[in-house]
Design a binder for this molecule. Structure first.
Ligand SMILES: *Cc1c(COP(=O)(O)O)cnc(C)c1O
Length: 447
């Protein structure tokens, strides 16, 4: 397996204590070995000023290198037309192969275990078609309660295709009363309870609402012990937290590229199929691009899949989406995921400190994301009952871009590639002002 690059210039010290001041935030920025990467991105503006963009968990910012990458392919199309499949810097016929190395580093996969194709929900359907093969005895799918709606609809409709109602087929694990996140022991116990009837465990790597990182290794082990297959939706995990799909023995995984991977709206997605299934005759929905490439153009009858994840491809690749993906992944390779994760822990830790160090923010905001750095990524989910929506509108006007998730959560995600400690400090100031504006100047708390 390709190993992660090691960058020895990065030495973050977690024993440090934070301070809620602009000068302190600026000092952290000055000491940040990754600070230069911010200039690789376009930072949007709100009312003529750079936004405090804390929404990269929803749509990552545009790398300045994306445009050149797209223009290069437009030019190949213009000048080479059909020959572009075979000529140019990166011929389109094999364009998708360049992603195996950078994606493999991000998800912990061998080159033949990943493929970049389609969109996230489409890939989820393609892989569930192969890995959810219910029988009259073993037909249940276990997932997190409150999974992203698209995943819920995908699972419901897959169950229905096999003649099961969602009520019979879907088992959800919910937090305990009074809690917001799931305990691993509750997940693994529920898997055990349904061991005889479970066909598939499908879990997020990170829950989009709470920002909780799930213990994918423990979930995969429990699923396999129960005789079920296991798949992960890495939409919020890839490019955010360390993932080791091969070692964890996930059967499959899917992800999108427009969140932490900064590859553009509706960007091309990806999928992982574990090596142990690389040569299998799993049933699948097939297309010509998944056909054995040695003889693909003989155009014969009878589908013969490529070895590995490539065998799930349907169509020739969307080159104009793959071009910005390539540009965005090059930045990850340069920065190094380990370094990004180290900064991310410190940056999100600073946001947590800002939200809990003054009495005003502490009184109004409850952070429902886990407090332990290893069980969260960039995102903190702020529960603001009653006034949340109004506060969200206030901070949006004042230049903080986060997002609102019904019924009462603001999600904020400082991104180590392009957010600064100053962004986080200023976000705290603006949140305090927002709460004062909503609650009236009578609010007497210090900030
Ligand atoms: C963002 C996200 C999606 C979106 O699906 P698309 O097919 O990319 O539109 C689906 N599932 C999860 C868990 C997500 O976070």
């Amino acid at each position: 397996m390709a190993s992660l690059p090691t960058h020895d210039f990065c030495t973050y010290n977690f024993s440090m204590t934070y301070e809620n001041s602009l000068s302190f935030a600026r000092q952290l920025d000055a000491e940040d070995p990754l600070r230069e990467f911010r200039s690789r991105f376009f930072i949007p503006e709100v009312e003529g000023k750079e936004a405090i963009y804390l929404c990269g968990n929803s749509l990552g910012l545009q790398p300045k290198s994306a445009r050149d990458a797209v223009e290069r392919e437009l030019e190949h199309w213009q000048k080479l037309a059909v020959e572009g499949h075979f000529e140019g810097r990166q011929p389109w016929l094999t364009y998708h192969k360049q992603f195996k190395e950078p994606i493999g580093q991000l998800v912990g996969a061998l080159p033949h275990e990943t493929v970049v194709m389609n969109n996230l929900t489409a890939n989820l359907h393609l892989l569930m078609t192969s890995f959810y093969q219910p029988t009259p005895d073993r037909y249940k799918v276990l997932m997190e309660g409150g999974a992203f709606p698209s995943d819920q609809y995908a699972v419901e409709s897959q169950a229905a295709l096999h003649g099961f109602s969602p009520e019979e087929a879907i088992v959800e694990v919910h937090p305990r009363p009074g809690e917001y996140t799931l305990r691993t022991e509750d997940i693994t116990r529920t898997i055990e309870e349904h061991a005889g009837s479970l066909a598939l465990v499908l879990f997020g790597g990170i829950n989009y609402y709470t920002g909780q990182v799930f213990d994918m290794e423990a979930i995969a082990k429990a699923a396999h012990r129960a005789g079920a297959r296991v798949g992960f939706d890495l939409a919020h995990a890839i490019g955010n937290v360390p993932v080791h799909l091969h070692d964890w023995e996930a059967d499959f995984a899917v992800w999108c590229s427009y969140k932490y991977l900064n590859s553009g709206p509706g960007g091309v997605a990806g999928a992982f199929v574990h090596e142990k299934h690389a040569d299998s005759r799993l049933p699948r929905l097939a297309g010509w691009w998944g056909y054995d490439e040695e003889s693909r153009f003989q155009m014969q009858k009878g589908f013969r899949p490529m070895y590995g994840a490539d065998g799930w491809q349907l169509s020739n690749g969307p080159i104009l989406l793959m071009a910005p993906h390539q540009a965005a992944l090059a930045i990850f390779q340069e920065a190094g995921m380990e370094n990004l994760r180290a900064k991310s822990k410190k940056l999100t830790g600073y946001l947590e400190f800002i939200l809990t160090s003054g009495s005003l923010l502490k009184e109004y905001i409850q952070i429902i994301t886990p407090a332990q750095p290893e069980w969260r990524g960039c995102q903190l989910s702020l529960l603001l009952p009653r006034i949340g929506k109004k506060v969200f509108e206030q901070i949006s006007k004042a230049g903080v871009t986060g997002d609102w998730r019904e019924p009462d959560v603001i999600r904020l995600s400082p991104i180590p590639l392009y957010n600064s400690f100053e962004d986080v400090f200023r976000c705290g100031q603006i949140l305090s002002q927002g709460i004062r504006a909503v609650e009236g100047e009578g609010t007497s708390h210090e900030i």
